[in-house]
Design a binder for this molecule. Structure first.
Ligand code: IVH
Length: 682
């Protein structure tokens, strides 16, 4: 009998061993993913391993440990956060806003240490929240917010739910007590996802990733925080007890990395002032391509002895400095809200602002997008607002500073008539965009249509600038694009800023532009939703305008990339007698293009692929390369995203190149592009 029972403890021991092995395996994958950025298995395989561990632990609850990878979430919500005193205060940083201020910092560091040149560690300044993590015997025991630097809040349960924070350190040779400081942040993708969810649930949107990270870390229910996809980078040590601590900042980062703590991959040693400034420029160029927000870089004297020699003043160390990037958000006052009428009649509200310097440029207008956005923001004339300009994007109003709203402001009332021509305004199907019903009767729409018609990628009428178009429309000389071809040199010469010579040149370029291609002509017509690429596809598909104009919505939908919305817009455009008359008039004025047989859609390497061009190519101009790619069936896009298939890079490729590399997108040169086109995919 007793001999029969014997195998049981051995079996339990096996199970314990199996559980330990599985935990070690999971931790290894976690480390590869978060610290080395070199995952070995897919997310779903990882989730599978976690599920196996959960099952084993549920069968053997006696083997569950506090820091098992299954124990990150699940605790009951807290009533409030407890206070925690920081044994070593959490310092803040002094800021530099110019190279000059950095030069002064470097001079002070050299004078304070007696060195000729200083070795610094430079790293991005993450726009998140500082936290302090305490590991005892390698186990995470406490996590606290910075608070006022002396006392913070106990956010241990929430921090445990952050998958890049190790619950136990990796190395056997860890300090008895290690207190690490770092930044908790929300990656931009996680922020966008969160706001989409908040929107769908009709809940408050977060203003930026930093606020979202702060809001998440302050959730009393750690299960909510666990949903928020926060992340973490370590950058400093508060306490290192029980073994020798590293002598330099860079060695310290190396050790933290060995312990399994994530370190920012851009952190590196830089020697002397110039290397610091070069690092700043490099990281600034990368800023928009990073998937987390940063607001500058930080320089830290690397030698710990030198740090001690320099010491701290008030609450910031003298051995470190934050070099801030130009703010992407600024505060200013709305002087007026005006409505702009676009080419397709869309009414776009624009805030006229007291000029501010933001995102590296002076901004005096910001878009308010549409009527519902104004309503959501409740922005009014006289309001103080936060505006944002990141990278090349159009500046926008982010929020109103309600505390500073002056008395007597009034809600903005969206016009029910076009402010330019007085025609009625109707909402589109989604109800978001309102449009002037005036069509080309509206001078604003007419001006924009003519500018579009004559633009480089459309009819390419050289010398017909915006100012001329405005005069021609205001004087009633041009009522449709076809009227351009009936003007004489004398009439052009009578306009402001025009001489006899430029008038003659303009006539000559009108003459040249008459001979065009079907694709350019279709694009020039300004059919809503038909951009350059769609125009090209339509031209290729139908080969002749006579075949395209009568096409039904159903047959239009068979064209690559033309969905029901675009098909309906095309049909509606050609159904309008007014548009038919303009097309006839243009042909009468001699606008022509070579007729071509309808072609089949290309099936080469670039067919259906999204391609971005960056930098200067050796042989082709940007436009030439674009057209060539479109002919190959590619969609040419202006910005790199995860949906980009190829980036064609020339010299001085800039941030698009960096982003492509960071996203692992195939980057090729012009000659490779040409070579690839010879090949056909299977
Ligand atoms: S070092 C003694 N490094 O910036 C040095 N701080 O303005 C203490 N921060 O409270 C900070 N990224 O929240 C350091 N790479 C980085 C940082 C960083 C962001 C934050 C941190 C700190 C604030 C100071």
């Amino acid at each position: 009998m007793s001999s029969k029972k014997k195998p049981a403890p051995a079996k339990a021991k096996d199970r314990a061993g199996q559980i330990d092995k599985l935990r070690a395996e999971i931790e290894e994958h976690n480390y590869r993913y978060h610290v080395l950025d070199d995952p070995f298995i897919s997310d779903s395989r990882y989730d599978g391993l976690i599920r196996v561990l959960e099952k084993l632990e549920s069968e053997h609850p006696e083997f569950i440990t506090a820091n098992s990878p299954t124990q990150r979430v699940g605790a009951a919500p807290l009533g409030r956060f407890e206070s925690i005193d920081h044994r070593v205060p959490m310092l803040s940083l002094n800021n530099a806003f110019s190279s000059q201020e950095v030069a002064e910092f470097d001079r002070r560091c050299r004078e304070g240490t007696g060195r000729e040149s200083i070795s610094y560690v430079a790293e991005p300044k993450i726009d998140g929240l500082a936290v302090s993590l305490t590991y005892e015997h390698g186990q995470l025991t406490r996590a606290a917010t910075r608070g006022d630097g002396r006392t913070g809040e106990d956010v241990t349960l929430n921090v445990r739910s952050i998958s890049s924070v190790p619950l136990q350190l990796r190395s056997d040779d860890v300090p008895l007590v290690l207190n690490v400081r770092g930044e908790v942040f929300m990656p931009v993708a996680g922020f966008q996802m969160l706001n989409e969810q908040q929107n769908a649930r009709d809940e408050k949107l977060y203003v930026n990733p930093r606020n979202a990270a702060a809001g998440s870390l302050r959730q009393l229910d750690s299960n909510v925080c666990a949903q928020r996809r926060l992340s973490f980078f370590s950058y400093a040590v508060g306490i290192w007890e029980g073994s020798d601590s590293p002598a330099t900042q860079i060695q310290m980062l190396e050790r933290l990395r060995e312990f399994g703590l994530p370190i920012n991959p851009l952190a590196r040693e830089v020697d002397g002032l110039n290397a610091c400034l070069e690092y700043y420029r490099e990281v600034l160029a990368l800023r928009d391509a990073l998937d987390y927000e940063i607001d500058g870089v930080v320089y830290k004297v690397s030698s710990v002895d030198d740090q001690q020699a320099l010491g701290s003043v008030s609450r910031a160390p003298r051995w470190a400095m934050a070099h801030k990037f130009p703010a992407e958000e600024e505060i200013t006052v709305v002087k007026a809200i005006e409505i702009q009428v676009g080419r397709t009649g869309a009414l776009t509200p624009v805030a006229r602002l007291d000029s501010v310097f933001v995102g590296g440029v002076t901004v005096s207008n910001a878009t308010l997008h549409n009527a519902s956005e104004i309503e959501r923001l409740d922005v009014r004339k006289g309001d103080t607002v936060v505006i944002r300009r990141a990278g090349d994007v159009i500046p926008e109003v982010v929020s109103v500073v309600f505390d500073q709203r002056p008395r007597g402001t009034r809600r903005f009332i969206f016009p029910t008539e076009c402010p330019v021509c007085g025609s009625g305004v109707s909402a589109d199907e989604g109800g978001v965009i309102r449009r002037c019903d005036g069509g080309l009767v509206c001078s604003a729409q007419l001006k924009e249509s003519i500018k579009h018609f004559s633009s480089r990628l459309a009819m390419d009428i050289e010398g017909l600038g915006a100012k001329l178009v405005e005069q021609l429309v205001d004087r009633g000389r041009v009522k449709t694009p076809a009227d351009l071809f009936s003007l004489s040199a004398t009439e052009f010469a009578a306009l402001e800023r025009m001489g006899r010579k430029s008038a003659e040149n303009l006539i000559a370029s009108l003459e040249t532009s008459r001979r065009t291609t079907l694709a350019r002509f279709l694009f020039a017509l300004g059919i809503p939703q038909v951009g350059e690429a769609t125009a090209q596809t339509l031209a290729q598909h139908f080969g002749a305008l006579e075949r395209l104009m009568p096409a039904t919505v159903e047959s239009l939908e068979t064209v690559a990339d033309v969905g029901p919305v675009v098909a309906r817009e095309i049909r509606r455009f050609f159904d309008q007698p007014h548009n038919q008359r303009v097309i006839e008039a243009l042909r009468r004025h001699g606008v022509n293009w070579p007729e071509e047989a309808p072609t089949v859609v290309p099936d080469g390497v670039f067919a259906g692929k999204t391609v971005v061009i960056t930098g200067t190519l050796p042989n082709l101009s940007r436009d030439q390369a674009r057209r060539w790619l479109i002919e190959q069936g590619a969609k040419v896009s202006g910005s790199v995203s995860s949906r980009t298939d190829f980036v064609i890079a020339g010299t001085d490729p800039g941030s698009k190149y960096d982003k492509a590399v960071s996203l692992g997108i195939e980057v090729i040169e012009e000659h490779e592009m040409k070579a690839l086109a010879g090949k056909v995919t299977d």
